[in-house]
Design a protein around this ligand. Structure first.
Ligand code: XBP
Ligand code: MG
Length: 255
């Protein structure tokens, strides 16, 4: 009998295919600051190795060395750009520009009906999470997740395990009582280092990442009329992610 009690969801790339909207928001913030920085898809794919928007901007400045007159307080300058980026991102979310990925709402509803405890563990900000949930699931969805572990609530962002350890502590659950849902190599490293079994849904930015150790890797959570593609592991013939499949995967791992 599976002792699964909690599902912990990553946000960007997992609940929603959000990185293209993030990339657009970064570029709009650069432009509004009079900077000629433009993150293409290829550059952004490389920059995504660094989690956290502010950290990513700093990495870009350090490693891509755009020629510009560095202000005295570079951290404050970067923080100002990132605040503008978040405003652009939230504005686009509020305009309904980012749907949830296939199967996400269906699984959340099924998990709640089955009295599963839900939580979020993400590198992005709580503000972005709230805007995504509100715009897709309505105001009441804020209560669906007992814990929203987001951004700088922990000292070290993914791939460090801190954010998952924080969420487990807040849930007062052990890692073997939960499963993590992720989309990236940084994400699975963070979840696994916190002792969590992990199910991966890939996207355009992470399809070639290393997901060794994942319980299952699929290209989406799937829908009854939109089967997922199994990329790693065994879904036992299932064509979309259900609580039954998740419990079976968790139980088999615990054997
Ligand atoms: C993905 C991230 C975030 C987003 C940008 O987070 O690394 O940095 O790319 O959002 P997740 P911010 O853990 O949900 O996959 O600019 O708010 O950081
Ligand atoms: Mg992610």
């Amino acid at each position: 009998m599976s002792d699964l009690q909690g599902l912990i969801f990553d946000v960007d790339g997992t609940l929603a295919d959000s990185e293209e909207l993030h990339r657009t928001a970064f570029n709009r913030a650069f432009s509004s600051r009079g900077l000629d920085w433009r993150w293409s898809v290829d550059v952004y794919k490389r920059l995504l190795a660094v989690t956290g928007g502010e950290e990513r901007i700093r990495h870009y400045i350090d490693d891509y060395a755009p020629v510009f007159d560095r202000p005295k307080d570079l951290s404050a300058y970067i923080s100002g750009i990132h605040t503008a980026k978040t405003q652009h991102y939230v504005h686009m979310l509020e305009n309904g520009q980012l749907p949830l990925r296939p199967g996400v709402q269906r699984l959340l509803v099924e998990a709640r009906a089955g009295r599963m405890r839900l939580a979020i563990a993400t590198t992005t900000s709580a503000e972005n999470v709230q805007a995504l949930l509100r715009s897709n699931l309505g105001e009441s969805a804020m209560d669906w997740f007992e814990v929203i572990g987001a951004g700088s609530v922990v000292p070290a962002k993914k791939p460090a395990p801190d954010i998952y350890q924080y969420v487990l502590l807040k849930l007062d659950l052990k890692s073997h009582q939960c499963i993590a849902f992720e989309d990236s190599e940084n994400g699975i490293r963070s979840a696994c280092d916190a002792g969590l079994d992990t199910i991966i849904t890939t996207n355009q930015y992470t399809q070639d990442h290393n997901f060794n150790g994942a319980l299952l890797v699929v290209d989406s959570m799937g829908e009854p009329d939109r089967p997922f593609k199994v990329l790693q592991g065994n879904a036992g013939g299932a064509t979309f992610l259900t609580m039954d499949l998740i419990k079976k995967l968790h139980q088999n791992k615990c054997l």
